[in-house]
Design a protein around this ligand. Structure first.
Ligand SMILES: Nc1ncnc2c1ncn2[C@@H]1O[C@H](COP(=O)(O)OP(=O)(O)OP(=O)(O)O)[C@@H](O)[C@H]1O
Length: 354
């Protein structure tokens, strides 16, 4: 069932949490909603689940508006951001709790608990109480509880936050497998753009209660629709520089490219497109983060800060304060309107002469 949010608005006093948000979630997709803290992810989810009512807008499920349906009648399973397990109940009882409340038959509950526990590899924990579990195990139980419902759509609000790297990787894999097994739509929120890029089939970028772009992750990464989407997705963060088009040139601080057009623009340059070598414009290295296989190199190019990412195949990263040559392929420069942030034509046909 396709899920469509249309014009969803929600304010708390003067805070606009959702600003006439539109989003279409394809049936059976793993859609990741990625945006900074306070961008409206949790509020959107609470509205979908029915814990809160929108001020305006529709939630269409297969074309039918469910915005006013009682929560229990919505085919939506929910893993909230701040889960709490009941300390006096066992894992099995914790998982079963929402179904017990909804007066499901006992044998049906037992069947579902066993099945979901099996999928999430927590069968051995079912008789334990929360105080006997590690942080990661508790999180897994909370996820399992949200997935127990017979639902078309499962909503997971930042379920891996706070877990260590290895556990996150494992749970990420399991969640992907789970979606295939349940044949349901997964809508997953995170503020970690690397997590979003690695998990999403479809990536919806949210900021200030609006969707900036909704597309496959590679499309968002390589073809951001607006400057803010480039800024939010990817790490290390993209370089965003103010520039001016005119007289056959694009000038951005010390950078110059041949270019058509006129007006104020913002240049977006991914760190991996800032090439370092003996040739090019001289820049001073201000900081180096050595990540093992690659390094993030922070530069000062004639007063313009610039971030470069370099693979460390056979070479060592440069030393702090060393002078390096910087070159940027004009075809990799993304251009945005300085006022609206909207994408403009790039420099594909131009030559750099920096
Ligand atoms: N019950 C509430 N009362 C008042 N303001 C609220 C309430 N719930 C959310 N907000 C505000 O709405 C905005 C969106 O919040 P929301 O929790 O959806 O952000 P989020 O994207 O989920 O952030 P995070 O990644 O930190 O969870 C924020 O400014 C938040 O302070």
């Amino acid at each position: 069932m396709t899920l469509e949010f249309r014009g969803i608005a929600k304010s708390y006093g003067k805070t606009k949490a959702l600003d006439r948000l539109d989003l279409t979630v394809e049936a059976g997709s793993f859609t990741v909603l990625c945006g900074p803290p306070k961008s409206g992810k949790s509020v959107l989810f609470r509205i979908l689940v029915g814990l809160e009512a929108p001020d305006a807008g529709q939630i269409l499920l297969a074309g039918r508006d469910i915005a006013k349906s009682p929560p229990a009648q919505r085919p939506v399973g929910y893993v909230p951001q701040n889960f709490a397990l009941y300390p006096h109940l066992t894992v099995a009882q914790n998982m079963a709790y929402p179904l017990t409340l909804a007066r499901f038959p006992r044998d049906e509950i037992a069947k579902r608990v066993d099945r979901t526990a099996g999928i999430l590899s927590i069968t051995h924990l079912l008789a334990k109480t929360p105080d006997q579990l590690s942080g990661g195990e508790k999180q897994r139980v909370a996820v399992a509880r949200g997935l127990l419902k017979d639902a078309e759509i499962f909503v997971l609000d930042d379920p891996l936050v706070g877990l260590d790297y290895k556990l996150r990787e494992r749970l990420m894999d399991e969640l992907k497998g789970l979606r295939e097994e349940l044949r349901a739509t997964f809508l997953y929120a995170t503020s970690d753009s690397l997590e979003a890029l690695s998990m999403a089939q479809v990536l919806a970028v949210i900021d200030h209660g609006r969707i900036l772009q909704c597309a496959p992750p590679a499309e968002v990464y390589h073809n951001p629709a607006v400057a803010r989407a480039l800024d939010l997705i990817g790490f290390p963060h993209a370089n965003l520089l103010p520039g001016k088009l005119g007289g056959g040139q694009l000038v951005a601080g010390p950078l110059r490219f041949a270019a058509e057009g006129s007006g104020d623009v913002v240049l977006g340059i991914r760190p991996e497109h800032v090439r370092l070598g003996p040739a090019g414009q001289p820049a001073r290295v201000t900081l180096v983060e050595n990540l093992g296989g690659e390094a993030v190199v922070y530069l000062d190019l004639d007063g313009q800060p610039l971030t470069a990412a370099m693979l460390l195949l056979d070479n060592d990263p440069p030393e702090i304060d060393a002078m390096v040559g910087v070159s940027i392929d004009p075809a990799s420069v993304l251009l945005f309107d300085a006022t609206t942030g909207a994408r403009r034509d790039g420099l594909q046909k131009a030559d750099a002469h920096g």
